[in-house]
Design a protein around this ligand. Structure first.
Ligand code: UD2
Length: 352
């Protein structure tokens, strides 16, 4: 009897130990699985970080394949409100999409320099005073800015009091008797200036039309890798009515069924390296056209629009950043920041 009890106790202890063992190993498995579930995202995160690095390299040129058919992006949604993103998810900067105080404080820590080129040849020197004075009130106030004024008459560059950390350099260039050449040669001059100086002197660069004035803040919200501005006259139009170059012989040719927005040539901007690629490519395409005696409908603006099809801007500026004094202000434009001033082309251009 005693032996039976001992045997029974031994067997039940063994069974109990087995059960306890099984329980713990399975819960260990569970906790292990649970842990690996927890660690999976971490692993994924590591891969994700790796892959974002590769992707960010690839994202360098956001290109829609030639001939791809897709709906034209609209700047309005179904409620007629302005849209703050492109269909490739680049921000479109409108009033209300950023907090000036917050964004200034973020960029303040980055010690950046913004180079700005402006061309004033022939009678266009008359626009420099208003351009520079209004810029000093509104343009990257509190940030380091270096203006490079290209002109054929350095003596006509007005003395304008520069704000703190704002500087101006005058660069003499030969005169030209065709306004088209002045406008399109800006690409080659920008390319050379970046190569020779800006690559070491600046982080970002903007090239702006001089026959313009600042009426409101233009600040760090406009910074990004590659910046395009939506032209004020075309943002409500179907793409087939855009004034793209339509002759297939030109390097700037865009078929009627393609294109996203119509971008203004008055504002080009971005990181120095990215604007360099843009200026160099457009200059090369302009050279090819010139060798075939073709001039695109809107000179370098046509080539810029072509460039942006396969190198989509990483940020777009709404027409607040390129308005026209001739144009009435519709409801969607809450503030005009930069605008083309009234001018009499016949009087100021060297040729019709
Ligand atoms: C459009 C574009 C402009 C350019 C041009 C191409 C907008 C609002 N404007 O303007 O950027 O792409 O088409 O044809 O998108 N310039 C001189 N002296 C001259 C003529 C021109 O310095 O005698 C310079 C000046 O910086 C001027 C720029 O070239 O701002 C563009 O010339 P425009 O303003 O006469 O060109 P426009 O109004 O046709």
């Amino acid at each position: 009897m005693k032996l039976n009890i001992t045997l029974f106790l031994l067997v039940s202890t063994g069974l109990l130990t087995g059960l306890i063992y099984l329980y713990f190993t399975s819960s260990w498995d569970n906790s292990y699985t649970h842990q690996s579930n927890q660690t999976a995202p971490h692993k994924e995160q590591t891969n994700y970080l790796k892959s974002t690095k590769t992707h960010s390299d690839k994202q360098k040129n956001f290109c829609s394949p030639q001939g791809l058919s897709y709906k034209q992006p609209s700047v309005f949604d179904l409620d007629e409100e302005v849209v703050p993103l492109t269909p490739w998810l680049a921000p479109i900067v409108w009033e209300g999409t950023f907090d000036p105080m917050l964004i200034d404080s973020i960029y303040k820590q980055q010690n950046i320099t913004i180079a700005t080129t402006v061309f004033a040849l022939g009678k266009y020197t008359q626009f420099l005073k208003d351009f520079l004075e209004s810029a000093e009130q509104n343009y990257f106030v509190g940030f380091r800015v270096h203006y490079y004024v290209f002109t054929d008459q350095p003596e006509q560059v007005p003395e304008v009091k520069m704000g703190e950390e704002h500087n101006l350099t005058v660069l003499k260039v030969p005169s030209s008797n065709r306004w088209q050449d002045i406008s399109l040669s800006r690409m080659a001059r920008l390319e050379k200036l970046i190569e020779s100086r800006l690559i070491n002197e600046a982080d970002y660069v903007f090239s702006l039309d001089v026959d313009s004035k600042f009426y409101g803040r233009w600040g760090v919200e406009t910074l990004g890798r590659l910046i395009g501005v939506i032209h004020p006259w075309f943002y409500g139009y179907p793409r087939e009515q855009f004034t793209y170059e339509r002759r297939p012989e030109s390097q700037a040719f865009i078929p009627y069924s393609e294109g996203d927005y119509y971008y203004g040539g008055a504002v080009i901007g971005g990181l120095v390296e990215d604007v360099y690629q843009l200026a160099k490519t457009c200059r090369e395409q302009l050279d090819i056209d010139a060798s075939k005696s073709i001039e695109a409908a809107w000179q370098e603006e046509s080539h810029l629009n072509k460039y942006f099809i396969c190198n989509k801007p990483s940020k777009l500026l709404s027409p607040e950043y390129l308005w026209d004094d001739k144009k009435w202000k519709p409801e969607e434009i809450k503030i005009i920041r930069f605008s083309q001033v009234l001018k009499n082309y016949a009087e100021i251009r060297p040729n019709p």
